[in-house]
Design a protein around this ligand. Structure first.
Ligand code: ATP
Ligand code: LTN
Length: 332
């Protein structure tokens, strides 16, 4: 990765974030903020593709802003804002819709999964989700998009749409690339390690939320699915449960996988699960404390989001105006 380039990512304010969101995304956002021009959004327009409770969506938006900062994102260095505060996202999405094929959207894995899960509400927004995401990314001339592995297909579509538009007119958009963390890009559900850990999983016992207290964290890890071998080694194919716990432990303690394995040589699964739970809970406590402190200062958070939206709109509107010119929208 080259330095001093634009970098973009977002998280939806749906539910409380899990350690999957933290390890796959937010922790990396913090690490990247010194070397790139970072734009980090709260994707509330994406969130409504699945029905949300309005009061809860409003509250979670502010909670996510506080969480970003509590995890270490510096709103002076990064542009931190709410997606719906910058109208250019919806505007560019409309144009990009005319460069996207229905068949492509029907084939997207997340669309198929969410259609199955929300069979009573397969709305146009759910299908258009990747195009709105492409608009997010392309508005900021983004070179890099740090996300978890589950978002790869969406970033690929953003690349295709960018290239399609650039070829139809002239170079307009930077073609973005995904960036993954080395470890933690796919944290799995504790009860079903074949699935990714998700904020909106049916069984909350399979996900560790950043808001969980120590007792809850330890209780959930105690119940985590392992195997009957009683050997603690990293082998995702044959030992998915144990490997998932080892990954979580190694990134939360900043240890290599070899060091993590060595910590548990000769130990049983009971001790192992307890140690993983303690390592996680100890890291979450200060984040929770800082988030609560920030949430008590609504004026500060509002100020951050207002200034973020202004800075975001400045860059976004430059791109949008270029696009409008190229496609032939009359401007006076
Ligand atoms: P939902 O379950 O509500 O669809 P989600 O948990 O997938 O949400 P998002 O807001 O869609 O969360 O994702 C935010 C970021 O977290 C994205 O970069 C995504 O790739 C990353 N992420 C989500 N789940 C995991 C996971 N289990 N492991 C690693 N990264 C993840
Ligand atoms: N769909 C993303 C959230 C998201 C995003 C983006 C990520 C919305 N817009 C732009 C990267 C770039 C998700 O993580 N589920």
């Amino acid at each position: 990765m080259e330095e001093n380039k634009n970098l973009y990512s977002a998280v939806q304010p749906t539910n409380s974030l899990t350690i999957g969101n933290y390890l796959g995304a937010v922790k990396n956002f913090v690490a990247l903020q010194n070397d790139y021009n970072c734009f980090y959004a709260i994707a509330n327009m994406h969130a409504i593709t699945v029905r949300q409770n309005p009061a809860e969506l409003r509250r979670r938006t502010l909670e996510l802003a506080a969480l970003y900062i509590a995890c270490g994102i510096d709103p002076e260095k990064c542009v931190l804002y709410v997606q719906s505060h910058v109208p250019a996202h919806a505007e560019l999405c409309w144009v990009l819709n005319t460069f996207t094929y229905v068949g492509e959207m029907e084939r997207m894995t997340q669309f198929k999964d969410k259609s199955r899960k929300h069979a009573d509400n397969i709305n146009m927004g759910l299908m258009d989700y990747p195009v709105l995401m492409a608009a997010d990314i392309l508005l900021y001339q983004t070179a890099y998009v740090p996300v978890g592995k589950d978002q790869t297909q969406h970033v690929e579509i953003a690349r295709d749409i960018a290239q399609r538009f650039n070829n139809a007119y002239s170079p307009t958009f930077t073609v973005p690339e995904c960036v993954y963390v080395k470890a933690g890009a796919k944290i799995c559900d504790l009860l079903d390690p074949s699935k990714k850990m998700s904020k909106s999983a049916e069984n909350a016992n399979g996900s560790i939320f950043l808001s969980d207290d120590k007792d809850t964290v330890i209780r959930k890890f105690k119940r985590a699915v392992t195997d009957s071998e009683a050997v603690i080694k990293f082998d995702p194919e044959n030992k998915p449960g144990v490997s998932n716990l080892l990954s979580i432990y190694s990134v939360f303690t900043d240890k290599s996988m070899a060091e993590a394995e060595a910590d548990f040589a000769g130990k049983g699964y009971g001790d192992f699960k307890l140690a993983v739970g303690e390592a996680v809970a100890d890291k979450l406590a200060p984040i929770q404390c800082e988030q609560a402190r920030l949430l008590a200062d609504k004026a500060y958070l509002d100020g951050v989001l207002k200034s973020g939206a202004e800075r975001a709109a400045f860059t976004a509107n430059k791109t949008l105006s270029k696009v409008y010119k190229k496609i032939g929208f009359y401007q006076n």
